[in-house]
Design a protein around this ligand. Sequence first.
Ligand code: CAA
Length: 247
Amino acid sequence: MSKVAVVTGGIGGLGTAMCKALIEQGRRAVAVDFHGLKPEAVDKWQADRKSEGLDIPVYLGDVTNFESCAEVCKKIEAEVGPIEILVNNAGITRDALFHKMTPEQWDAVIKTNLYSLFNMTKQVYEGMTARGWGRIVNIASVNGLRGQAGQTNYSATKAAVYGFCKALAQECVRKGVTVNSISPGYIGTEMVRAIREDVLQKVVAGIPAARLGEPSEIARTVAFLTADDAGYITGEDITVNGGLYYH
Ligand code: CAA
């Protein structure tokens, strides 16, 4: 039977590519996304996937809320099967230079990008360790590695991903569960395209590859880290950034 792989932020730009890559790898992909989404948007996404021959269940919840994550994961396990792969991909930006950043912008990013790691991982961890197999991948960012002006909130949460991964990896590698992260650079998703045009042009000019990345370039890394034979890679981060980190 196919292993169940849950992707948070599953119907977004990166999440969609991740679901597809996981299916190509023989997994049963399940998308978890924000309960505030319009039902029409979810229906359209599922219809688009159907037209590509893909049947991907979508569950709506709130990754900032522990109880909501518990409810969603329980439902998935009852209706689809035990969650053996978790990709903590849900994330938001609320960019502002620090002197202009509001407590609301700080809180929203910390809760969505960081609390979500605890809230979601906690729901699946016991099952994975009890069964003796699991793969957890957390999406960090080049801006967690190097910091980015205008992103003290986001950079702080993405840097936190490394500590979370490295600590949890040590706790569960003997139980067959790996915990890794991926640090994407600037990928051509809505999040990046929302950057002001003049600023985005400067960003792209600074990328050694001279282009934005493709969501599929992140998704293939998710497939790599969650493969059956990836059990000896843990506590690791893979950067996928067109050479940006080294500028
Ligand atoms: N380094 C140093 N100083 C900077 C700077 C930078 N990168 N960016 C802006 N500043 C300075 C400017 O030089 C300017 O200084 P002066 O007033 O002295 O000229 C000052 O800050 C104000 O700049 P802005 O006019 O741009 O200020 P703003 O308030 O209108 O906008 C901002 C600020 C929203 C942060 C905007 O600069 C911005 O969007 N920057 C890009 C941030 C970014 O890269 N976000 C990534 C989003 S995608 C993502 O996060 C995915 C991922 O994982 C990679």
